[in-house]
Design a protein around this ligand. Structure first.
Ligand code: PMP
Length: 422
């Protein structure tokens, strides 16, 4: 988070007419810019271009002789699972490859928990109230899964080093309806937060009133650093096992932002018992996922070094966009002391906090000026940001020129909203 000087609201208020004139000019420019979703830009999608012609017409046999064109192989090809042992922190036999979306795997794990219970449950979660803890601000699609199924959500503040563990420990110890918690442990959406070893240790060790409590450990940005040095986080599955909770964590990731966002591989890693449990549920749902896609990913990425090299190329495209937004926010907003923004070292988002009560207004002003942002409130359960402060900025998709225009536009909207309210 950037340091903030003392707010200078009265000075801003005095500049209201001037800001309104600048805003009218912004509107007249007729921009159509979108910083709403964390989509890779097309030059990122070009990086794995070779994937489009792999595995090739005559290459359909996996190492163990599996004909990838045919049915079967529910858990995924062994060589594809091997690729993700580092990302997930478990051996290949504790990995399942899904189809293209890790969100779909998360959705299914929630749905299966509700309908069948976990491998540690007495019965289906749905038999009684089910509650999930939601570190905030967080990922809107996690919250949407809970909302879809009527799972009650409790906000937990996300601090600089992860969720507020004093709050988490107290809640899970006393409330047996708390069956799950959403965690994006590395370069979190939208703040870029990296969970510290101490936080991960406490999550692994904490006593939960529900014996079948699960961490939904969405490591979507496991290898998505923005500059040379990647953050390392503790291995949640190992930590949980060491504390006598071997089945506590379901770990998810995908290659959506490594290879192709619409045609990558989604992966699940967990304890042997959880893997057995999920395979037993999946067995009714599918005869097997897309092994041709798995094979072409193996052919293209080859190994963890291949994956890491590709991520450096993504970083080279993304870093200047993040730098540009941060440079403009600092230049336009820094001196006013009214906004905070994160300085992420990885992931896809910058989290912008504006004065309480103004996030909706800023997003509306931006929209009217042709700049689409994620709706205010989306980073909180039920779309309710209690303070109406947080705005998610997604700099990945537009090009650098568009990023500059959008960031300048957003900064102006923040100043104008603050001037109007002062
Ligand atoms: N988790 C997080 C935290 C994300 O930000 C995203 C994409 N925005 C996803 C999951 C989606 O993953 P997938 O494409 O594998 O469904």
């Amino acid at each position: 988070m950037a340091a903030t000087p003392t707010p200078r609201l009265s000075e801003l208020h005095a500049m209201r007419d001037q800001l309104q004139t600048r805003y009218a000019a912004l509107k007249a420019a007729g921009l159509t810019l979108n910083m709403a979703r964390g989509k890779p830009a097309s030059d990122q999608l070009d990086l794995p271009a070779e994937l489009m012609s792999l595995p090739g017409g005559a290459d359909f046999t996996a190492k163990d002789g599996t004909d990838c064109r045919n049915y079967g192989g529910l858990q995924g090809l062994a060589e594809a699972r091997q690729l993700f042992t580092g990302v997930l922190g478990v051996p290949a036999d504790q990995i399942i490859i899904g189809d293209n979306s890790s969100l779909a795997l998360m959705h299914d794990c929630v749905a299966f928990g509700l309908l069948k219970g976990t491998c540690d449950s007495q019965g289906p979660w749905v038999a009684s109230q089910t509650t999930f803890l939601c570190p905030v601000p967080g990922y809107d699609r996690h919250f949407a899964i809970c909302e879809e199924f009527g799972i009650k959500m409790i906000n937990v503040p996300l601090k600089e080093d992860g969720p507020d563990m004093d709050v988490v420990e107290k809640l899970v110890a006393s409330d047996p309806t708390i069956k799950g918690m959403w965690c994006v442990p590395k370069y979190s959406n939208p703040t870029g937060t990296v969970y510290s070893d101490q936080v991960i240790e406490r999550l692994a060790a904490m006593k939960t009133a529900a014996p079948d409590f699960r961490l939904f450990w969405d490591n979507a940005y496991a290898v998505h650093h923005l500059d040379g040095k990647a953050a390392e986080i503790a291995n949640i599955i190992e930590r949980c096992a060491q504390h006598g909770h071997p089945n506590r964590a379901y770990v998810f990731s995908s290659t959506s932002k490594i290879t192709l966002a619409g045609a990558g591989l989604a992966v699940f890693g967990s304890s042997p018992a959880n893997v057995k449990w999920l395979l037993a549920r999946m067995n009714q749902r599918t005869i097997g996922s897309d092994k041709i896609n798995q094979l072409r990913h193996v052919r293209f990425l080859k190994d963890e070094a291949g994956l890491a090299a590709l991520m450096d190329r993504h970083a080279a495209i993304l870093k200047p966009k993040f730098d540009k937004v941060i440079e403009i926010f600092q230049r336009e907003l820094g001196e006013w002391g009214i906004a905070h923004w994160t300085l992420p070292q990885g992931g896809y988002f910058i989290s912008l906090d504006v004065p309480a009560g103004l996030a909706k207004r800023v997003v509306q002003l931006a929209k009217e000026a042709g700049i689409v942002l994620t709706p205010a409130g989306a980073t909180f359960p039920y779309n309710k940001d209690p303070e109406d402060r947080n705005i998610r900025i997604a700099p990945s998709f537009p090009d650098l020129e568009e990023i500059s225009q959008a960031a300048e536009g957003v900064a102006l909207c923040v100043l104008l909203a603050a001037a109007e309210s002062a």
